[in-house]
Structures are given as C-alpha cells and as structure tokens.
Design a binder for this molecule. Structure first.
Ligand code: PEP
Length: 250
C-alpha cells in the first residue's frame, strides 16, 4: 500500500516570518492527520526556521533544489549535506521551472538525484511534457526519456524510495489541470516504464500529480489508481487551502 504524499512547493515566495507563520497554522490544522504524509518545500532561507517550527509534528520539509558537489568553489550553490543539515528529508529535483529558466537537463537531474541519495535525502523528481510536446503526440516519448535518463544507474532499492512528480508543464500555475483521465494515463505509463527498469519497485514508488491542483479538483485526481499524491504550488501557500488538500478524503 502506497501512503499518499501531499507536497507543497512554495517556489520563491515568503520571508522567514511568513513561512513560519503558515507552518504554525498548518501544524495545528492537520495535527490529526496520519493517513497522508505531508511535505512543505520552502525557500532555502526559510528552511532552518521552518524546521524548528515543525519539529515533532507530522510535517516534513524539503528543499526546492541542490547542487551535486559536496563542497567547494561553487558560489551561490547549496550542497546535499547542507540541505540535510537544515532538517530536510526531501528535495525537489528537475522542476520544470528549473529546466526552463536554469537550463537543467536529464543529465543534471541524474547527478542531483544520486547526490541527494548519498546524503540521505529523498529526491522528488519532476517530469512532464510541454504543451507543444502534447500537441505533437510525443508525451510518452518525453516522459520515457526523462525517466530513463534522470534515473540512470539507480538501484531498484533506490528507485522505490524516490518519489516521481508528473507535472505537465502546460498545467503548472496556469489554472489548467490535466483531467483525472489524462493524468492517470501518464501515471500508468510511468509505472510501466518503471516496471521494465526496476520490476517490483514500480508498485512501491509514489507518483504525484502536479499542475493547478486545488481543493475542488483534488479528490477526483486522488481517486485515480496510479496517483499517489500531489505536488502543489499556488494552493499550498496558505494553510487553509493546503489543509483542504491534505484532508482531501475527509
Ligand atoms: C508546482 O509548483 O509544481 C505546481 C504544480 O504549481 P501549481 O500548483 O501552482 O500549478
């Protein structure tokens, strides 16, 4: 049985005080939740303070990125050990905004994934097609390449530990959600590719859907057999709406 994971990606939003105030509210509004795992990914600058606030609660924290080298002359970068040191258990890797604006590729995703695993972090690897790719009918081809190259060299045991987030680029921050059927189709395909690469790990890996998830569409998405949770931007920024997502089945 895969435990659902509801993850909030705060992107480049919130000062330290704002971030702490939202997790404080969230901590009490979801204190009774045990059937869904909860993850918040604030900016680097808020990680330490947010971790102090969530200690002992059911909220996990993750970073939105890392660099693959352990240390050295890489001005502006943050190592996997530094991320772990702030209290993170997860890290987002290869979000489409990183691929689009910061030239991340499947090769850099692969390096970051391996470095995160070495540091004891669980990578949440983001994959997804652009609108143009969907219109050209090459969605499956794009997804297969992202999985095969992004995960190259992982052991089956590592492959079942990580999390995949399918986020169609055309649905991120646009208010256009994939229909539950569209999302399910790609999730099932992802699991099929996974099973060819890693056998049984395909039944254990959690595959999240991301792209304009909100309190209204979450329960239909979560009813799909291969959707194991959400990676949520906009609707994770306030405690009230994120609580509704975490409590989607209530
Ligand atoms: C995201 O940040 O990964 C995302 C899916 O954003 P939104 O929910 O705002 O579309």
């Amino acid at each position: 049985m895969r435990k659902p994971l509801m993850a909030g990606n705060w992107k480049m939003n919130k000062t330290v005080a704002e971030a702490v105030s939202v997790v404080k509210a969230l901590k009490s509004s979801i204190a009774d939740v045990t059937d869904v795992e909860v993850l918040i990914c604030p900016t680097f600058t808020a990680l330490y303070a947010v971790n102090n606030e969530v200690k002992g609660s059911n909220i996990n924290i993750g970073a939105q990125n890392l660099f693959w080298e352990p240390k050295g002359a890489f001005t502006g970068e943050i190592s996997p050990t530094m991320v772990k040191d702030t209290g993170c258990s997860y890290v987002l890797i290869g979000h489409s905004e990183r691929r689009q604006y910061f030239n991340e590729t499947d090769e850099t995703v692969n390096k970051k994934t391996k470095a995160a695993l070495v540091a004891g972090l669980i990578p949440v690897i983001c994959i997804g097609e652009t609108l143009k790719e969907r219109e050209q009918n090459i969605t499956f081809k794009v997804i297969e390449k992202q999985i095969k190259e992004g995960l190259a060299g992982l052991t089956p045991q590592q492959a079942e530990t990580i999390v995949i987030a399918y986020e169609p680029v055309w649905a991120i921050g646009t208010g256009k959600t994939a229909t539950p059927d569209q999302a399910q189709e790609v999730h099932a395909f992802t699991r099929k590719v996974y099973s060819q690469m890693y056998g049984d790990a395909s039944q254990k890996v959690r595959i999240l859907y991301g792209g304009s998830v909100n309190p209204t569409n979450v329960s239909d998405l979560m009813k799909q057999p291969d959707i194991d949770g959400g990676l949520v931007g906009g609707a994770s920024l306030e405690a009230e709406s994120f609580t509704k997502l975490v409590k989607y089945s209530k």
